[in-house]
Write a protein that binds this ligand. Structure first.
Ligand SMILES: *Cc1c(COP(=O)(O)O)cnc(C)c1O
Length: 362
C-alpha cells in the first residue's frame, strides 16, 4: 500500500494516484518506445499523437464546440493576464473586469499595462466574500471583452451563473476550477487555466478560444506571445512542456473514467459538503469566509474564532498528516483545497478531524 498524504495543497496540488502509478510504469518505456516522454522529440509521431489526443480529450470532456482551438502554452495563467490584452485589446477599446479576489485584481492590473481597462463590479469593499452583483453594472461602449475569474482560489469564492454578454466576448480565468463541473463552453470566447490545480503538473497552460480570436494577432507582437503563432502550429511552434502535457493526458483519461464532468461534479459536491457541514455545525468555532451562495467547491476558506485556536488547529492538523491547510499568506486563516483529484476519504478524514478538534477545544 502506497502511503499518501491528505493533500489539500492549493497548487501545485494532488494528482490521482492511478495517474502517478501509470506515469511511474511508463517512466522508462512509453508505449514501447524505450524512452520516457521527457526524452522524446516533440516532432516525433508518438508525441504528435499524444498532443492531438490530449486536445481531443478536452473537446469531448468539456463539450467544446467546433470553431474553437485548444492550445497548450507556457508561462502559467499569469502570462495570460498579459497575452489576453496584448492580443485582444486594441487602442480605442476597453477591457472590462469583474473583481472578486486576488487573481482578478492581478488580471485587471496587468491589462492596464497594455490599454484601457475598467472594473465594472467588485466585492472588495465587503472583503471579497462574494461574486459582485452584476445586474446593476453595464458594459462600457467599446468593450473589447469582459474578463471573469470563475473561482477565486485565495478567497474561495466561485461563480455559479456567468453573465450574459451578448456580442461582447466573455473571457474566463478558470485556473482553479476548470473541468470540475459541466459548463456551456459556447458562452465563452476564451478560457485559460494553468494546469497545476485541476489538470496536472505546472508547466502547461491551456487556452481554449474561438478561432476568430486566435487566428490573427496584432502585427507588432513578439512571436511567442501571439496566439496566432501557437494556433497555426498546433501548439508545436517551439518545444512544448511535453511531460506536463503527457500527465495532463492521463488526468483527462482519469476524469473520463470517473464519469466525466457530471461524475466529477457530484463527487466534488459530496466532498465539500462534508467540510462545509463541519464548519456550519460548529456554532461559530469555525467561520467560513465566503457568503454561502458563493462558496467554492475547490477552495474552502475558513477561520477559527481566535488566533490561538487557529495556530493550535494548524499544528494539530499537521501532526495528524494533513498538508496544505494554512491560508494564503495574504489573507491568513485556513484553506482546504479540494480539487478533483483530492479523494473523498481525505475530505471525510478532515471533516472528522475538525469535529474532534472542536470537541476537545470547546
Ligand atoms: C493559480 C492561479 C493563477 C496563477 O497561475 P500561474 O500558473 O501560477 O501563473 C491565476 N489565476 C487563478 C484563478 C489561479 O488560481
Amino acid at each position: 500500500m502506497t502511503k499518501r498524504a491528505y493533500n489539500f495543497n492549493a497548487g501545485p496540488a494532488a494528482l490521482p494516484l492511478s495517474v502517478l502509478q501509470t506515469a511511474a510504469e511508463q517512466m522508462t518505456n512509453f508505449e514501447g518506445t524505450g524512452m520516457s516522454v521527457m526524452e522524446m522529440s516533440h516532432r516525433s509521431e508518438n508525441y504528435e499523437r499524444l498532443n492531438n489526443e490530449t486536445q481531443g480529450l478536452f473537446r469531448t470532456l468539456f463539450g467544446i464546440p467546433d470553431g474553437y482551438k485548444v492550445l497548450f502554452l507556457q508561462g502559467g495563467a499569469s502570462t495570460q493576464f498579459a497575452m489576453v490584452p496584448m492580443n485582444l485589446l486594441p487602442a480605442g477599446k476597453t477591457a472590462a473586469f469583474v473583481v472578486h479576489g486576488a487573481w482578478s485584481t492581478k488580471a485587471y492590473k496587468e491589462a492596464k499595462l497594455f490599454g484601457d481597462a475598467v472594473t465594472i463590479a467588485s466585492s472588495k469593499e465587503s472583503g471579497f466574500k462574494s461574486v459582485p452583483d452584476l445586474s446593476k453594472s453595464a458594459l462600457p461602449d467599446n468593450t473589447a471583452y469582459l474578463h471573469v475569474t470563475s473561482n477565486e482560489t485565495i478567497e474561495g469564492v466561485q461563480f455559479d451563473a456567468f453573465p450574459e454578454t451578448g456580442e461582447v466576448p466573455l473571457i474566463a480565468d478558470m485556473s482553479s476550477d476548470i473541468l470540475s463541473r459541466p459548463l456551456d463552453v459556447s458562452k465563452f470566447s476564451l478560457i485559460y487555466a494553468g494546469a497545476q490545480k485541476n489538470l496536472g503538473p505546472s508547466g502547461v497552460t491551456v487556452v481554449i478560444a474561438k478561432d476568430e480570436l486566435v487566428d490573427k494577432s496584432p502585427e507588432h507582437l513578439a512571436t511567442m506571445l501571439r496566439y496566432d503563432t501557437h494556433a497555426a502550429n498546433n501548439s508545436l511552434y517551439n518545444t512544448p512542456p511535453s511531460f506536463s502535457v503527457y500527465i495532463m493526458n492521463l488526468v483527462l483519461r482519469w476524469i473520463e473514467s470517473e464519469g466525466g464532468l457530471a461524475g466529477i461534479e457530484r463527487r466534488n459536491v459530496e466532498k465539500t459538503n462534508l467540510i462545509y457541514q463541519a464548519i456550519d455545525e460548529s456554532e461559530g468555532f469555525y467561520r467560513g469566509h465566503a457568503d454561502a451562495p458563493y462558496r467554492s467547491r475547490m477552495n474552502i476558506t475558513f477561520r477559527l474564532s481566535n488566533e490561538d485556536d487557529e495556530k493550535a488547529f494548524l499544528k494539530a492538523a499537521d501532526a495528524a498528516g494533513f498538508v496544505g491547510l494554512k491560508g494564503h499568506r495574504s489573507v491568513g486563516g485556513c484553506r482546504a483545497s479540494t480539487y478533483n483529484a483530492v479523494p473523498y476519504e481525505a475530505c471525510a478524514a478532515l471533516a472528522e478531524f475538525m469535529h474532534d478538534f472542536r470537541r476537545k477545544r470547546q
